[in-house]
Every structure is written in C-alpha cells, then in structure tokens.
Design a protein around this ligand. Structure first.
Ligand code: IMP
Ligand code: MG
Length: 191
C-alpha cells in the first residue's frame, strides 16, 4: 500500500472511521448542465467578447468546460483568494492571494466560481471587481448552497442548488483531495 502523505493522515486519522463520497450529481448531469449554462450565457450576450475569470483552484474544471461550450470570442483570467481557516468551515475573512493578469476595465466579465456558500468570497470579489470598472459584471457558479448564506449576494447563473452538505469533486476539494472526480459527491468523514 502506498504511503499516505501528511495531509492525508490529517484528514484520515487512524481509528476514526473512513471518508466516503456519495454521488450527488453524476458526471453526465454536470456536463449537460454546463452545456446549458454556456448556451444561456451566449444567448444573453450575443456577439460580445466575454472575459471569464475563474476563482482558483475550485473553478478550474467548471471554467474550462464552460469556456469550451461558449461559442465566439472568449478570454480567460484567474484569481485566487483564501479564506482564513481550514477544513470544512471557513472563517469568512477573505484575502486575495493571486491577482488578475490583465485589466478588466470596459470588459464584460463573468466571475466563474465553484460554489456559493456563505457568500463571503463572492461579496469580496464583487467589491474588488466593481472598483475596476468592468462594462458588465456577472457571476456563474456551478453549485449554490443557499441555506448557508451570510452575505447578501446572488449568482446570475447557477448550475445546481444543493442542500447544506459538504461536497467534493469537479474541482471542489477536501484538504486538496477529490478535485479530480468528474462528478460531485457528498463527503462524509465517518465516526
Ligand atoms: P463562501 O465564501 O462561504 O461562499 O465559500 C466559498 C468557497 O468555500 C468556495 O469557493 C469553496 O472553495 C469553499 N466551499 C464552500 N462550500 C464547500 C463545499 O461544500 N465543498 C468544498 N468547498 C466548499
Ligand atoms: Mg472556491
């Protein structure tokens, strides 16, 4: 058996049960919905250049799949934020850890995020982006957990509204694991 890394030991301590992932949204459903979202976005902005900004790292698969399905002129950039705190709870304090490569002034910008949870991350990003004078600013999220919302923000495009459970896969992680799953599943840590 392969040796586990320090990070894995942390989330899978001996004698405290096993992590399990139960599929919530299959790979096929994810793909079909992303295709629909791409069509809708292009329909809303016909002929316009769209600048997709992915929030690293969770939004990477969503952004690449979505971007491939939007016909016409599309450019990409990435931003990274971290919210203080680890594990399945964040403290709500957000900080920028990687800024954009290029200016968004005058552009039609779509922030692409993996999941809208408390809304603190998005609230922070919207504030930062609005100061930079984009022509238009929209938000696309794959998942929305409205039950956990603290900040008064909403997304313009939502893939799936899900219950208040911790999910992994399709970019979403737990301690950096599970991002590479093609589906979205509910993580249980066991007892
Ligand atoms: P918010 O600031 O609380 O809305 O949280 C947004 C960020 O928290 C997301 O971009 C994710 O990185 C992370 N997050 C929130 N809920 C989950 C989850 O269920 N699984 C994995 N990451 C999550
Ligand atoms: Mg994220």
């Amino acid at each position: 058996m392969a040796r586990r890394t320090e990070a894995e030991k942390d989330v899978q301590p001996k004698g405290r049960g096993q992590e399990k992932v139960r599929v919530l949204i299959s790979r096929g459903r994810v793909q079909r919905r992303v295709t629909e979202m791409a069509r809708q976005i292009r329909k809303d902005f016909p002929g316009e250049q769209l600048h997709l900004v992915g929030v690293l790292k969770g939004a990477v698969f969503f952004l690449t799949d979505l971007g491939k399905q939007i016909p016409g002129d599309v450019s990409f950039d990435f931003i990274a934020v971290s919210s203080y705190g680890a594990g399945t709870h964040s403290s709500g304090q957000v900080r920028l850890t990687r800024d954009l490569d290029s200016s968004i002034e005058g552009k039609t910008v779509i922030i692409v995020e993996d999941i809208l949870d408390t809304g603190m991350t998005l609230q922070y990003l919207l504030r930062v982006f609005e100061q930079r004078k984009p022509k238009r600013l929209r938000v696309a999220v794959l998942l929305d957990k409205p039950e956990r919302r603290i900040a008064a923000v909403r997304a313009d495009y939502v893939g799936f509204t899900i219950p208040n459970e911790f999910v992994v896969g399709y970019g979403l992680d737990y301690a950096e694991k599970y991002r590479n799953r093609a589906d979205v599943g509910v993580l249980s840590l066991g007892e």
